[in-house]
Design a protein around this ligand. Structure first.
Ligand code: 5GP
Length: 200
């Protein structure tokens, strides 16, 4: 992966329903340098999702071809669908932008294997499993079966918090965002300082 050193990569993982989409949008509004790495998936689009914006929706056959041809930096099978990060998309973006990766713990682990990436790994969670259930039911987006699958992975995900640099609890959206904003600003500053001191 060719990495322009002044740009950073932020992994945001969380259970679905923990507010990650809203926080991602807020990061983009605050820092216009950030672009989202639009993943490829074999999952069917939800009613308001747009191909090429929310995901690149592809067939299982195409996805498996991408795996075979090593076109992905990472991929995972989640809730019986493939999700993955295209090398082509990321390599192009990182030349001019900071990147947000909305990926799960498996993808986070695989990206961590790439050395020398300016990667910040953040896990956003909620206060409890009950709170997550409430949020999932409220957004009324998934079938009962899907809600149960997502609740189950809340426990599984917890085991992988150790692979992240930060775990942030989204009890209050504004507060959670402020914490993430601070993390990003401090990493950007540290990184620029370290580059400047190398140049001097
Ligand atoms: P959803 O179906 O709700 O959009 O996403 C389900 C899960 O897939 C979320 O936890 C999301 O972070 C994860 N995900 C989305 N894109 C990718 C990807 O490219 N790679 C990996 N490993 N996970 C992804």
């Amino acid at each position: 992966m060719e990495h322009d050193k002044k740009n950073i990569m932020v992994v945001l993982s969380s259970p679905s329903g923990a507010g990650k989409t809203t926080i991602t949008k807020k990061i983009q509004q605050k820092f216009n340098s950030f672009k989202i790495s639009v993943s490829h998936t074999t999952r069917k689009p939800r009613p308001n999702e747009v191909n090429g914006v929310d995901y690149n929706f592809v067939s299982k056959k195409i996805f498996e071809q991408m795996i075979k041809e090593k076109q992905l930096y990472e991929y995972a099978n989640i809730y019986d669908n493939y999700y993955g990060t295209s090398k082509e998309i990321v390599d192009k973006l990182i030349k001019t932008n900071d990147i947000i990766f909305d990926i799960d713990w498996q993808g986070n682990k695989q990206l961590s294997n790439y050395e020398k990436l300016n990667l910040i790994k953040i896990y956003i969670t909620v206060t409890s499993k009950d709170e997550l259930k409430k949020r999932l039911l409220k957004r009324n987006q998934d079938s009962k079966e899907e809600v149960n699958k997502r609740l189950k992975s809340f426990e599984e995900d917890r085991k992988h918090w150790k692979d992240y640099d930060y775990v942030v609890i989204n009890k209050n959206l504004e507060n959670c965002f402020q914490q993430i904003e601070k993390i990003i600003l401090s990493h950007k500053k540290n990184y620029l300082d370290s580059i400047n001191s190398t140049i001097l």
